[in-house]
Design a protein around this ligand. Structure first.
Ligand code: ZN
Length: 135
């Protein structure tokens, strides 16, 4: 999924976690679940990063950026470091190890561009839920 989608659902995972100690596992799990769903990513990593920063800014401006939410976002984004390294040519595709990217669970099928719009709509709804819920 797009980075902003991982931000939105990592934030939800963090906010709904019963304890801060469970947040890393829930953040990573949210990444796996989202990546195996058929979807399309934005081709240019630069735009992905800008939209992820905007999503984090929206959560912060909405007053919902608690420590658990920050942890949830961080652990939901960490797996895509290997995707960044792959896009930069630093590693090969077969060197990816995170479930949902390659080996243990394959990445979801690539769909049409409408998936990006759907991800935006769902992410905005998730962030709105988070902000309305409060910390
Ligand atoms: Zn991923």
């Amino acid at each position: 999924m797009c980075l902003f989608t991982h931000v939105a659902f990592g934030a939800i995972a963090g906010a709904l976690s019963p304890t801060p100690y469970a947040v890393p596992l829930l953040g990573l799990a949210s990444h796996v679940v989202l990546d195996v769903i058929p979807h399309r990513d934005i081709d240019r990593m630069r735009y992905e990063m800008i939209l992820a920063v905007l999503a984090i800014a929206a959560i912060a401006l909405g007053g919902a950026l608690s420590m658990k939410v920050v942890l949830g976002i961080a652990f939901a984004l960490i797996p895509d470091v290997e995707n960044l390294l792959w896009k930069l040519g630093a590693i090969r595709d077969d060197q990816k190890v995170f479930p949902g990217h390659r080996k243990y669970l394959p990445h979801g099928m690539i769909t049409g561009r409408s998936s990006i719009g759907l991800q935006m709509a769902v992410s905005v709804a998730a962030i709105a839920f988070l902000i309305r819920r409060g910390i």
